[in-house]
Write a protein that binds this ligand. Sequence first.
Ligand code: SF4
Ligand code: SF4
Length: 308
Amino acid sequence: MNYEFRVNELAEEFGVHRNTIRNWIKSGAIKVDKGPGRQYTMEWEDYRALCEKFGRKPRLNPNHHYDPAELQKISTVVELPPFHLDSRRKTLYDDPSWADTCLTCGTCASACPISGIDGLDPRKVVRMAFLGLEEELLASNWPWKCTMCGKCEEACPMDVEIVQLMRRIRSRRERDKVPGPIHKGVVTCLERGNNLGIPKEDFLFLLEELGDELAEDGCTGFKTPLDKHGARLLVTVNSKEPFAEPDDLKWWWKIFYAAEESWTIPSSNWEGVNWGLFSGDDEAMKTIVGRIVDNMRRLNCSALLLPE
Ligand code: SF4
Ligand code: SF4
């Protein structure tokens, strides 16, 4: 015995948008046969399983004799919490209200500056999460293409937390499968205090040299303030600058000099770019933030400048 339905009928029965049903069909989340006309059919047992996942009471199968225990079981289905499309415990999707919240309108995809690159579409990511396609999302490179700029979320009329979802997907990937450079940056930062592994003596030498250049270039008496206790502002550094664009540091310093700012750069753990945020590594992110907090306390600073 099959369960026959039209897309709009099933959408109404489960209280979701018709596009949601179409997405389920397209993704194989529900197994159906097409036809005739706009009609679809699915195995009665599949229909019952879907009802169970949604905590809904299934219709009675006209061709089946129900014994009282079975009827009792069906009637208790309504006691289940709603929206359990994916019964696996480790689901990405832990806020059932999203299911109906997302309108599949595609506004997020229109706002995304890299939509279409390698097939990335934030709307698809949201739908896949809702459909429980966790393994597929973890294997996908889409969340790693995302710049986490938040434009999709900003544009979403329903406030779906797309950036948070992208990050959660990243955080669930095994660390040795995180894209190489970003993972290496996190590991290097944890081991050596900055993302590019610049040795402390090289960093200090460069900073002093840049300070001397600035003193000769109109900032009379300038000396790079390293580990200056009691400075108001703690300045952290993007390791890319001392590594590749050291002169960029001087533009900030010139402004501080002109403004007579009280500031300092810590001689260790000065990295201001936290790649733990981007790789989804909460522990690493916490450690790196903790180091900055330690520097603030050690030097008794009251304000912080991050390079991003
Ligand atoms: S903009 Fe929001 S509601 Fe529309 S498809 Fe994207 S996530 Fe869903
Ligand atoms: S946060 Fe990611 S998915 Fe959203 S608009 Fe930015 S790049 Fe696109």
